[in-house]
Ligand binder design. Structure first.
Ligand SMILES: Cc1cc2nc3c(=O)[nH]c(=O)nc-3n(C[C@H](O)[C@H](O)[C@H](O)COP(=O)(O)OP(=O)(O)OC[C@H]3O[C@@H](n4cnc5c(N)ncnc54)[C@H](O)[C@@H]3O)c2cc1C
Length: 512
């Protein structure tokens, strides 16, 4: 039977849209190429006992009344799908030779800590942090659905935000003339964007930085449980999530999308699927290529002309017979850079493929929740993340597998040298399992073009007024993906919920 909503891709925004629609009585069918649902948020198990989430580390907007909580409440999941809060006194530990800063939730405390490190710059630091606050309030007012009364009530904050429409984080650092080391400590969560300050949209940085200040979270029962809970809502309402089905083409008649062709990757047979409305969770640009770009309006073609975000390197590790809490780890992430200037550090790794002075994120999911589903009792999971160049890795993987594997090992070794030098002297002795992922791994397991990590790159150009949204200019066809909304756990949940709201008329997102 033809479903009300045929959804292609099972990333977070698709699952949320599908779960909300199924919950409201609509029929839903999801087609997913991978063997696991969740896209970047999927979970996989290695050696039959170690469980890793592909990409998600920590998330925001999960507190009472915030976006994720509103959606879970609507689905009756809020008592079941719960979150553990990171340490509000220091959820991100920023480290570089000679400096350390634990980012606190309170902006005033951030000013105090930074001013203690750079006393002669305390006025500028205060002005910068206050500007970030003001911009953040303005951006919230400007986020859809926009309420005109709120615009007027908060005119000063809205004006403050608007002036930074085209600014990078570096532009704003320069405006307030912050010292280099302070800039680096503030921007050290750059792996959350995979862009350095001189390319990163100031808006993107403010949204994420303040989002985590308001509460950084990890799911009590790991990310797999969150994904499975959305799937369960869909299935319990008669909907279907068909895995191992790769969409190879869209069916379009007179500017109306009626369905797709998909290959069952287990049998290699092609089937046709139809739906009253087709929701596209796969990369919009890729979908447009399959459909034929000429079928879209000129406005849409301009919006689809985005560049992809950089790709990444991931190392999924297991350590045994060691408690990382004894070495200063806990309910926080570690971000480390060897080079003081993140713009230079990024270029060394991304442009020159030189990881001899690595800058990276280190997360320890086992320490964030009591639920020990990710590994045996005597083990802990550790994950490392940094940037990596797609073209470089693609070429190595296709033409020189040995060097490809060596390069991945070289990056991990360079990171582990830093870990052993500064944090856990005997780390390698406890390492019982590791597996590394490159940009081509992303492409193979997350089906993301060029191994991109966050959809369209988070530059001011892509974050500006011409940003793509769910409208496609074709009939019965909507985008629902990080690139047609915003990347991240909470932002893609928001993206799915906003489309549900738009198509159902059922308002669940407020503006608070
Ligand atoms: C390294 C990394 C770290 C991250 N860390 C965090 C973090 O700590 N916190 C956070 O909030 N966010 C994080 N994110 C971002 C977050 O994971 C993503 O923004 C979000 O999960 C994207 O969801 P989406 O709905 O856009 O769909 P996607 O996850 O992009 O899913 C799209 C789905 O479509 C499927 N698909 C594609 N093509 C086809 C096809 N032809 N046929 C069938 N199916 C297809 C894919 O297999 C996939 O399942 C991270 C991302 C990366 C890469």
């Amino acid at each position: 039977m033809k479903p009300d909503y045929l959804i292609v891709g099972s990333g977070l925004s698709a699952l949320v849209f599908g779960a909300l629609m199924a919950n409201s009585g609509k029929s839903v069918q999801i087609l997913e190429a991978h063997e696991h649902p969740g896209g970047f948020g999927h979970t996989f198990t290695m050696a039959k006992k170690y469980t890793f989430n592909a990409q998600l580390h920590y998330v925001w907007d999960c507190g009472e009344g915030q976006t994720v909580n509103r959606v879970l409440k609507k689905l009756g999941l809020d008592q079941d799908v719960t979150f553990e809060r990171y340490n509000p006194d220091g959820f991100d530990h920023m480290r570089m030779p000679g400096y350390g800063l634990d980012i606190p939730s309170q902006p005033e405390e951030l000013i105090r800590r930074l001013s203690a490190l750079f006393p002669e710059y305390s006025d500028r630091i205060r002005q910068f942090v206050r500007e970030v606050e003001k911009t953040g309030v303005g951006l919230k007012i400007l986020a859809p659905p926009v309420k005109p009364t709120e615009l007027l009530k908060n005119a000063s904050e809205v004006f403050c935000a608007v002036q930074y429409l085209n600014s990078t984080l570096q532009d704003v650092f320069d405006k307030f003339q912050l010292p280099q080391a302070a800039q680096t400590l503030l921007a050290l969560q750059w792996p959350d964007f995979l862009l350095p300050p001189n390319q990163l949209s100031f808006y993107a940085w403010v949204l994420l930085f303040r989002g985590y200040q308001a509460g950084a979270f990890y799911p009590t029962q790991h990310f797999e449980y969150v994904i499975n809970s959305f799937v369960k809502v869909i299935e319990s309402h008669g909907g279907q999530v068909l895995l191992n089905h790769e969409i190879t083409n869209f069916r379009v008649t007179d500017k109306t999308v009626t369905g797709v062709e998909a290959m069952d990757l287990t049998t290699h047979q092609t089937h046709e699927f139809t739906g009253n409305t087709v929701i596209c969770n796969i990369d919009p640009k890729q979908a447009a290529k399959m459909i034929g770009e000429e079928k879209f309006s000129s406005k849409l073609r301009r919006q689809l002309n985005y560049d992809y975000s950089a790709s990444n390197f991931m190392a999924y590790c297991v350590v045994k017979d060691i408690d990382l809490r004894d070495y200063g780890f806990g309910k926080w992430n570690l971000f480390h850079t060897e080079h003081e200037d993140l713009n230079v550090a990024f270029a060394q790794m991304y442009v020159h493929n030189d990881f001899s002075n690595p800058s990276f994120a280190m997360t320890t999911p086992t320490l964030l929740t009591q639920a020990r589903r990710d590994c045996p009792e005597d083990c802990q999971i550790v994950e490392f993340l940094t940037v990596a160049n797609y073209d470089y890795f693609k070429q190595l993987r296709e033409h020189d597998r040995k060097t490809y594997n060596q390069k991945k090992q070289e990056i991990l070794d360079s990171i582990l040298d830093v870990v052993e030098k500064y944090y856990v002297p005997n780390f390698r002795q406890h390492l019982v399992f590791h597996i590394t992922g490159s940009p081509t791994t992303n492409e193979r397991f997350c089906w993301c073009p060029q191994g991109n990590s966050y959809g369209s790159s988070l530059t001011p150009h892509n974050m500006g007024l011409g940003r793509l949204n769910h409208e496609t200019s074709l009939n019965n066809f909507y985008f629902c993906n990080a690139s047609s909304g915003y990347p991240g756990f909470a932002p893609t949940i928001w993206t799915g919920a906003l489309l549900y709201q738009r198509l159902s008329g059922d308002v669940i997102l407020g503006n608070s």
